[in-house]
Design a protein around this ligand. Structure first.
Ligand SMILES: *Cc1c(COP(=O)(O)O)cnc(C)c1O
Length: 429
C-alpha cells in the first residue's frame, strides 16, 4: 500500500469516508493516526498522544503488543479464517474453554460472533428461543433499564436508552420494550430497596410476556457512564428468578477487569443466564465477541421446534481473532491486573478531585480504571477535541461527559498527562 500525503488523505477522507456518529462529510476535525505503540498514538503530523480511551475500552494492554502480534502471525501461518459450520479448530475450542473457566460457573457454553451488538442480538434471540423451546412462545419481550447502551443494531438499539438512542427516529421499526427507571444509588452509596421498585413493578405486571431482563452490571457505559450499587444487580437476579425471566448481563464494556473485578457481576456475587463479552476480549487487536450461556438454557434447544439455535455469522469464531484473544487472556493472567487497575483508580481519584471545584463540573466519579467528569452543559466536541490533542492526550468526550478509561499498563506519568489535560480543558469551559 502506498502512503498518501497527509493533506490528500484528509481530503479523500472527507470526500468518501463516513465516521461513527458523524455527518457526511464530517463537520469536526479528524486526526490521521500513523501508528500506535504502548499507550501512545502517533499522528501523521508527528505528535504523540497518550491514549485515554483504549480505543473504546478495547486496548487494555496497549498497542502493538509483541505477544498479540506474535499470536496473530503464528495463526496466520496456519489459516486466518475458515468457516465454522461443520468445522472446528484449536483457537476457538481453547478460547471457549478459557472463557468458561474465567466466567461465573453456571456459564458453560460459548457462541462466538464478530461484534458486541451481534453478541447482544444473539443473547436476545437465545432468550426468545429458550422460552419457545419450553412451550412459552408468548415470552418475546425484554426488560431493561434507562441509560443503558447495548449496540447499534435493531434489537440491541431497542434496549438502549430511548432518549440517547433517539428511538423516535426509528419508532415504526423498533420493537417497544419495557424500561425500568435507571438505578439512582451510586456504587458506594447506601442501598435502599426503593431503587429496584420500578424494575420489580414491571416484572410483576408483565413477566408473562418478558423473555429476559438485559442490562450492564454496575457500570452503564455509552448510555451515560453511570456507576450504580451492586445490590441492584443482586435484587434484579432474585426478581428474575422469582418471576421466571432470564437475566442477560452485558459485560461488553465492563468485562476483563475494567471495573476492578474480572466481570462487574462479581461485585454483586451473582451470575447471569446469558452473558455478552466483546471489546477488550482481543485486547483491541481485532473485533471478536461472544455470548455465554448456561446448560439450563442450551439443553432446551435440541427438543425445540427448530432443533437448533437459529444463528450463524459468516466469520463466526474467526481463528485469527480467537488466537489473539487467547493470548490476550494469557497476558491478563501473567500480571497483577487488579493491582494495576486499583493503582489507576487511586491516581485518577486523587488527581481529578480538584476538578470538582470547577464551575463547569457537576460531578467527578471514578471506578476501577474508569473516570468520568460530568459537566453541567454538553461540550462542543469540535473545539474541545483539538484542545486535548494540544495537551498531548487522546480523549473523546460526548455530551456532558469527559471521561477516560486508559490501558491497564499505563504508568503514573502518562496518566498524569491525562488528568492534567482534563483539568486544563475543563477549567476553560
Ligand atoms: C460497545 C458496546 C456494545 C456494542 O459493541 P459493538 O462491538 O460496538 O457492536 C454493546 N454493549 C455495551 C455495554 C457496549 O459498551
Amino acid at each position: 500500500m502506498k502512503t498518501l500525503p497527509t493533506a490528500e488523505l484528509l481530503t479523500l477522507d472527507r470526500r468518501h469516508v463516513w465516521h461513527p456518529y458523524a455527518a457526511m462529510p464530517h463537520t469536526g476535525p479528524v486526526f490521521p493516526v500513523r501508528s500506535a505503540q504502548g499507550v501512545y498514538l502517533e499522528l501523521e503530523t508527528g505528535e504523540r498522544l497518550v491514549d485515554g480511551m483504549s480505543s473504546w475500552w478495547t486496548c487494555i494492554h496497549g498497542y502493538n503488543h509483541p505477544r498479540l502480534n506474535q499470536a496473530a502471525q503464528e495463526q496466520m501461518g496456519k489459516m486466518s479464517h475458515v468457516m465454522f459450520g461443520g468445522l472446528t479448530h484449536q483457537p476457538a475450542v481453547q478460547l471457549a474453554q478459557r472463557l468458561v473457566q474465567l466466567s461465573p460457573e453456571p456459564l458453560q457454553h460459548v457462541f462466538f460472533c464478530d461484534s458486541g451488538s451481534v453478541a447482544v442480538e444473539v443473547a436476545l434471540k437465545m432468550a426468545i428461543q429458550y422460552w419457545h423451546n419450553r412451550g412459552q412462545p408468548q415470552k418475546q419481550h425484554f426488560l431493561t433499564i434507562r441509560h443503558g447502551y447495548h449496540g447499534d443494531t435493531f434489537a440491541a438499539m431497542a434496549v438502549c436508552d430511548p432518549v440517547n438512542g433517539m428511538h423516535h427516529l426509528f419508532r415504526n421499526s423498533l420493537v417497544e420494550q419495557y424500561f425500568a427507571e435507571a438505578p439512582q444509588i451510586p456504587f458506594e452509596g447506601v442501598w435502599q430497596e426503593a431503587d429496584i421498585a420500578s424494575f420489580a413493578a414491571i416484572l410483576e405486571a408483565h413477566h408473562g410476556d418478558i423473555a429476559a431482563a438485559i442490562f450492564e452490571p454496575v457500570v452503564q457505559g455509552a448510555g451515560g457512564m453511570r456507576f450504580y450499587h451492586p445490590t441492584y444487580v443482586r435484587r434484579a437476579r432474585e426478581l428474575c428468578d422469582r418471576f421466571g425471566v432470564l437475566l442477560i448481563l452485558d459485560e461488553i464494556a465492563t468485562g476483563f477487569g475494567r471495573t476492578g473485578q474480572r466481570f462487574a457481576c462479581e461485585y454483586a456475587g451473582i451470575s447471569p443466564d446469558l452473558m455478552c463479552v466483546g471489546k477488550a476480549l482481543t485486547g483491541g487487536f481485532m473485533s471478536l465477541a461472544a455470548t455465554l450461556a448456561t446448560s439450563e438454557i442450551s439443553q432446551t434447544f435440541a427438543q425445540g421446534e427448530a432443533g437448533v439455535f437459529m444463528h450463524g455469522p459468516t466469520f463466526m469464531a474467526n481463528p485469527l481473532a480467537c488466537a489473539v484473544a487467547l493470548e490476550n487472556l494469557a497476558i491478563l493472567d501473567s500480571y497483577d491486573w487488579a493491582g494495576q487497575v486499583n493503582r489507576i483508580e487511586a491516581q485518577l481519584k486523587q488527581e481529578l478531585a480538584p476538578c470538582r471545584h470547577l464551575p463547569a463540573v457537576k460531578e467527578v466519579r471514578v471506578l476501577g480504571a474508569i473516570a468520568v467528569v460530568e459537566l453541567h452543559q454538553p461540550v462542543d466536541m469540535n473545539t474541545v477535541q483539538p484542545q486535548f490533542v494540544e495537551q498531548g492526550v487522546w480523549l473523546r468526550p460526548f455530551g456532558r461527559l469527559v471521561y477516560t478509561m486508559p490501558p491497564y499498563i499505563i504508568e503514573s506519568e502518562p496518566l498524569s498527562r491525562i488528568t492534567k489535560a482534563i483539568f486544563a480543558v475543563v477549567s476553560r469551559l
